[in-house]
Design a protein around this ligand. Structure first.
Ligand SMILES: Cc1cc2nc3c(=O)[nH]c(=O)nc-3n(C[C@H](O)[C@H](O)[C@H](O)COP(=O)(O)OP(=O)(O)OC[C@H]3O[C@@H](n4cnc5c(N)ncnc54)[C@H](O)[C@@H]3O)c2cc1C
Ligand code: FES
Length: 486
């Protein structure tokens, strides 16, 4: 078996496969946990980003008990792995509170309570729930959990290595070819052959188009604050759009996150941290100094459920993507669903997460169509001028898009003043990257690929780096000659 990606989904799947007797190699582009699993805030919960009354509309009422069951069993799976392998990761069972701040949100909570309670979530609607901002209306869901994700994942990694799993990193996988014996090719030209391949690269790098029309990439932001004495242990979310969430850690930090926006479509991402801090100080005045701030990426599926199963049309190749902000439980679901599918066993959740499913409701279809219109609009960037006419005024440590004839260049001036010219063309499907001033990265607004300031790929679906401007020009010059020779 070959697993691409050593995030939590890849590592847990590798562990489940090894425990069932398969031999597994994991290929990782950077280092294990360098992706979103290294940035998560690790609420382990069946309170999903999409409300259950919306999921009932999109997938039918009969699907809701199965969705709830999958996430609850996923929390138990994470707990079992921690206990069985003696992983000291501060795992703690806590309550979760989804809080309403307006009357409209309170009405939505009533609907949410009715649907999720009937489907077995075991929740209560409270008028005076104990919230960090004071008592308020909230849906209380007991028996959820939190842990330290880094300690947990490091424990899984140690266990995998003890069981003989080979984790190869850094190695960039560029191609996955299905077949009786699948072929996984790296950028160094090495080939791994395996009966089955699990692409757990967060955004599937093996799929050029289909899956990326069914989900949208968002940047998401988090802050941790010092807090005098840990006052709450539970998990909290509000119902704003974009939403906010709160938890505390075992070492006495308050974590607040949210303020999501579509990748490459925000002029001033720095503002998102400012808003998050303002939101916190307004509601939780005891929050002390900001200890850390970070950001990451989440993939929102058009119909609110992750895609876990066979890559459409490719037998033996499996994917796991579209996890929203629920990727901890979805990583455990991935391990259980894909290990069953590979073993040819029935799995009670396989059908609801099937990647080839089509949007079934008008609202999912509308979300799909508006997502595609948004992507199409991003290609109009090719018609727009650059950010400025020349790089003369570009400060050190900043980047800009420069138009040179028909070409667009992504130009970065390093702290020493040297200019680095890259092609601004995203290697995935040709979108124009834009400069992210807060994170010093090049972000593609089409499907969420990101690159560091020197063009190294950070987030898929792109599976290769931005080309240098010189090599892109040389390629373009060669192309007409090659066409003449054919
Ligand atoms: C700030 C933040 C807060 C979050 N909070 C929560 C939360 O509270 N609860 C929750 O359940 N979820 C949360 N999530 C979501 C969750 O963290 C993610 O969904 C989950 O970690 C994704 O796991 P993954 O294994 O799919 O992806 P990743 O952890 O990103 O792993 C994918 C791996 O694949 C590697 N890779 C990519 N391309 C290639 C390639 N071409 N070749 C080889 N390797 C490759 C990457 O380097 C990476 O290591 C949060 C996410 C963020 C960013
Ligand atoms: S991510 Fe698809 S074109 Fe850039």
């Amino acid at each position: 078996m070959c697993v691409v990606g050593a995030g939590l989904a890849g590592l847990l799947t590798a562990l489940e496969l090894i425990e069932r007797g398969y031999s597994v190699v994991v290929l990782e582009r950077d280092r294990p946990l360098a992706g979103e699993s290294g940035k998560t805030t690790a609420h382990l919960t069946a309170v999903l980003d999409t409300r259950y009354f919306e999921l009932a509309r999109m997938h039918g009422e009969a699907a809701v008990p199965r969705i709830i069951d999958s996430h609850r069993r996923a929390i138990t799976h994470l707990e079992r792995v921690a206990n069985l392998h003696d992983i000291d990761c501060d795992f703690e069972r806590v309550s979760a509170f989804l809080a309403a701040e307006t009357e409209e949100q309170a009405r939505q909570l009533e609907r949410e309570h009715a649907v999720s309670h009937a489907a077995g979530l075991g929740c209560q609607l409270l008028r005076n729930a104990p919230l960090p901002s004071g008592a308020g209306v909230a849906l209380h869901v007991p028996d959820q959990a939190k842990f330290d994700p880094a300690k947990f994942a490091q424990g899984v990694l140690r266990r995998l290595q003890a069981l003989g799993c080979v984790v190869v990193s850094p190695v960039l996988v560029e191609k996955v070819e299905p077949g009786d014996l699948c072929r996984v090719t790296t950028n160094g030209g090495d080939v791994v052959e395996a009966r089955n391949v699990v692409v757990a690269s967060n955004s599937p790098i093996n799929d050029t188009f289909k899956m990326h029309t069914k989900q949208t990439a968002y940047r998401t932001y988090a802050l941790s604050f010092e807090i005098p004495g840990v006052q709450w242990h539970d998990l909290y979310w509000d119902m704003e759009d974009p939403y906010h969430y709160v938890r505390t850690t075992a070492d006495g930090l308050l974590i607040v996150g949210g303020e999501d926006h579509e990748v490459g479509q925000e002029d001033d991402p720095q503002q998102r941290w400012t808003r998050l801090e303002d939101w916190t100080r307004e509601r939780i005045p005891v929050a002390g100094n900001v200890a850390h701030r970070w950001s990451g990426q989440v993939l929102e599926p058009v119909d609110g459920l992750a895609y876990i199963g066979q890559n459409p049309g490719d037998s033996q190749v499996y994917i796991a993507t579209g996890f929203s902000g629920n990727g901890m439980t979805y990583s455990a679901i991935t391990a259980l669903v894909l290990a069953d599918r590979i073993a040819g066993l029935e799995n009670p959740w396989a059908e609801i997460f099937e990647p080839s499913r089509k949007p079934k409701s008008v609202s999912a279809l509308a979300s799909y169509v508006s997502g595609q219109a948004n992507v199409a609009a991003q290609y109009l960037d090719w018609l727009r001028p650059g950010d400025a006419a020349s790089t003369e005024t570009l400060p050190a440590g900043e980047g800009m898009i420069l138009r040179r004839g028909l070409k667009k260049l992504a130009v970065y001036r390093d702290p020493a003043g040297a200019l680095h010219e890259l092609s601004a063309t995203c290697p995935h499907l040709g979108g124009v990257v834009s400069w992210n001033r807060a994170e010093k990265t090049w972000d593609c607004p089409c499907h969420g690929s990101r690159f560091d300031c020197y063009g190294k790929v950070l987030n898929g679906p792109a599976a290769s780096n931005l080309s240098s401007a010189a090599s892109a020009e040389a390629r373009e010059e060669r192309a007409p000659k090659q066409r003449r020779a054919q």
